[in-house]
Write a protein that binds this ligand. Structure first.
Ligand code: ZN
Length: 421
């Protein structure tokens, strides 16, 4: 199910009144509108917003904060007055979600809320450095993008100031004769401005991810793949025609696990039948285990019984920053599953979902048919069909690690026999 709302807790908003700002707080703001709107924010959004979803018709201080952010981003044309989640707010939220690659449902849940909080920071608004509670925001994402453009490996552009961002920043500072203190303050910002954008030759992040993949060797044995069956425990996900998503993806995960293990891959599952970790916890699990890939398995459900088909998702913010290997894997899975089944091809899409954004390795999320569609549900109920889907995913993973000149045509590759060396 494409809920788009993860169940994990929300980190409270950064307090824009803290001593984060590197500039003299009494100096005239260089961007009057932005600072005024920033100052109008409460230090934190109310605690209740951590569990509550906000949608059309809701009212109250949290709605006012959401509106102030949307207004600050230029998505609401008028300064909101009544703190009512009205039609204009609804369409502004949808606009924002679309721009960010979030599920477009007009509902402010934890993920949209976090993205809104991050969107309020522009590079230069505050001093950035490695902190116990890491800085999160669009300012960090812009810094990471700039570092990558300049050839310093800040990892994925996830908007989180982590150790890798700090190391990349120190690298830049050393190379440009600055004090390598790992803090992005006025001197570093000046250097970044002076350096301009003269990097050509495309997307360094792309090259880096592909390089890492090749370094890890073009063979499956020894790879670590995290299989992530969605939902679980009390959360059954989508339901329809006597099936529930959590059980279906658990069974698919088991079939895929068997196949991957048979070709020498070390597989890890993010959950058992009884628990339901948050997407952030699942991502952390993959990071902690040094996985090479993450395969997140879901089946969809929709209000309309006519919705059907299979779709694959990879990390991408819509601003040109994507996980290229993730995109490649998503395309491969989509291709293989569609070629082997008669599921409708709902194509490959970019998303900023946490399972895709917080994982440090290529990750894909698969929505393998709609349980609310009679035809898809009938297929998914059939164990032989599930085997076919698992086989398609396996072959996609194999292709990802295969040298290009050995790539046989779609839909015909068989599972090779694994011979331990
Ligand atoms: Zn789901």
């Amino acid at each position: 199910m494409r809920s788009g709302l993860s169940s994990c807790g929300v980190r409270p908003l950064s307090d824009c009144h803290r001593a984060d700002r590197w500039s003299d707080p009494d100096a005239p703001p260089d961007d009057v509108g932005r600072r005024r709107y920033c100052r109008s924010f409460p230090a934190r959004l109310p605690e209740r917003s951590l569990v509550q979803l906000y949608r059309r018709g809701d009212r109250g201080p949290a709605v006012a904060d959401v509106q102030a952010t949307l207004f600050g981003l230029g998505l609401l044309s008028e300064a909101p007055q009544a703190a009512v989640f009205d039609d204009a707010t609804d369409s502004a939220v949808r606009h924002f979600q679309q721009r960010r690659g979030l599920s477009v449902d007009g509902i402010v849940g934890p993920e949209t809320y976090r993205a809104l909080a991050a969107a309020r920071w522009k590079l230069g608004d505050r001093l950035l450095s490695l902190a116990t509670r890491p800085y999160v925001g669009d300012d960090v994402a812009v810094l990471q993008e700039r570092l990558l453009e300049l050839g310093f490996d800040a990892g994925r552009t996830d908007g989180i100031f982590g150790r890798r961002t700090e190391q990349a920043l120190r690298g830049l500072q050393r190379e440009y004769g600055l004090v390598p203190d790992g803090t992005c303050g006025p001197a570093t910002l000046r250097a970044l401005r002076q350096l301009g954008r003269h990097v050509t030759g495309g997307r360094p992040q792309v090259l880096r991810e592909t390089e890492a993949l090749h370094r890890s060797g073009a063979a499956l044995p020894g790879k670590v793949v995290v299989i992530d069956p969605g939902h679980g425990g009390a959360d059954r996900g989508a339901t329809g025609h006597g099936l529930d998503e959590a059980s279906v993806v658990e069974d698919l995960a088991a079939r895929l696990e068997g196949r991957l293990t048979a070709v020498g891959v070390r597989t890890l599952l993010t959950r058992g039948p009884d628990n339901d970790p948050s997407d952030a916890e699942r991502a952390q699990f993959a990071n902690d285990n040094g996985a090479d890939l993450v395969l997140s398995l879901h089946v969809d459900g929709a209000a309309s019984p006519l919705c059907q088909g299979v779709a694959s998702y990879h990390f991408g913010s819509g601003s040109g920053v994507t996980s290229t290997v993730g995109e490649q894997l998503a395309s491969l899975v989509q291709r293989e599953v569609v070629a082997r089944t008669d599921l409708l091809d709902c194509q490959v899409h970019e998303k900023t979902w946490e399972i895709l954004r917080l994982t440090r390795m290529p990750a894909v999320r698969l929505e393998l048919g709609h349980l609310t569609h009679a035809g898809d549900a009938r297929r998914l109920a059939d164990p032989a069909f599930r085997d076919t889907v698992a086989e398609g995913i396996l072959v996609a993973v194999q292709r990802l690690f295969l040298p290009a000149d050995l790539d046989p045509p779609t839909g015909v590759m068989r599972m090779p026999v694994f011979e331990p060396s």
